[in-house]
Design a protein around this ligand. Structure first.
Ligand code: DC
Length: 223
């Protein structure tokens, strides 16, 4: 039986970085499920497909190949053979991904892929519905929280480093809109699992958050 750590939390909590640190420290496979939803979104944007055009989206999903690979210790995501790790992190994808991620056909495609990976490997899987839908029986469930303003500030600073020109207000607005769509959708809404342990990262450094979560995981492993 594999060991599954589920990390759910909104955008900008530092989830991705923390997950990466812990995966290296504890030798767990790091799976970024948001990157999968982003890849589907990117493919639809490139093909000019509207989120309302389910027929065309179905076609895309039938032919799509999404792979996570590890190159020099870095997780990269490949969409139909192309490394799209950078291309999936643009404001354009940010603004549309929650709309595509709300669609049943999209979730029905990606959820089984995520389950299959977690059934075969010891994983730390991050997303919005890992502890509620993908792995309701995960060995450890963390709900990583953070204030909205701090999340927007972090995302804004990340963007600056990447050369993405978006004002703080635009980032805040985009995060707010996305959060509304993620929490209010019908399928797999983003909610805290009853048995998840909340870690609030608002006034913690990434290292402190990683240490705290690692301690929780080690505690559960030794149970
Ligand atoms: O973690 P992220 O910001 O890269 O996620 C991108 C989008 O994908 C986000 O709007 C919510 C969606 N998502 C989801 O619905 N379910 C997941 N398990 C992971 C992400």
């Amino acid at each position: 039986m594999s060991f599954v750590v589920a990390i759910d939390g909104p955008a900008g909590t530092g989830k991705g970085t923390v997950t990466k640190i812990i995966s290296q420290r504890m030798n767990l496979l790091n799976i970024d499920t948001g990157a999968m939803y982003r890849s589907v979104t990117l493919e639809c944007i490139r093909k000019n497909i509207s989120p309302k055009d389910e027929e065309k989206i179905k076609e895309v999903l039938e032919n799509i190949n999404i792979e996570l690979k590890y190159i020099d210790g870095e997780q990269r995501i490949f969409l139909n053979g192309e490394d799209v790790s950078k291309a999936i992190r643009t404001p354009e994808v940010d603004n549309l991904v929650a709309v595509f991620a709300a669609l049943k056909i999209v979730r029905d495609k990606l959820t089984p892929i995520q389950r299959k990976i977690g059934e075969k490997n010891d994983v730390i899987m991050e997303g919005r519905d890992i502890g509620t839908v993908v792995f309701p029986n995960a060995d450890v469930k963390i709900y990583l929280d953070c204030s909205l303003e701090e999340r927007a500030r972090r995302r804004y600073n990340q963007n600056l480093k990447k050369g993405i020109n978006e004002s703080y207000e635009e980032v805040l607005d985009s995060i707010k809109k996305r959060h509304k769509l993620e929490t209010e959708r019908e399928i797999a809404p983003f909610i805290k699992a009853d048995d998840a342990i909340t870690v609030d990262s608002t006034s913690m450094t990434i290292e402190e958050v990683a240490d705290k979560i690692e301690k929780i995981i080690r505690g559960k492993k030794n149970d």
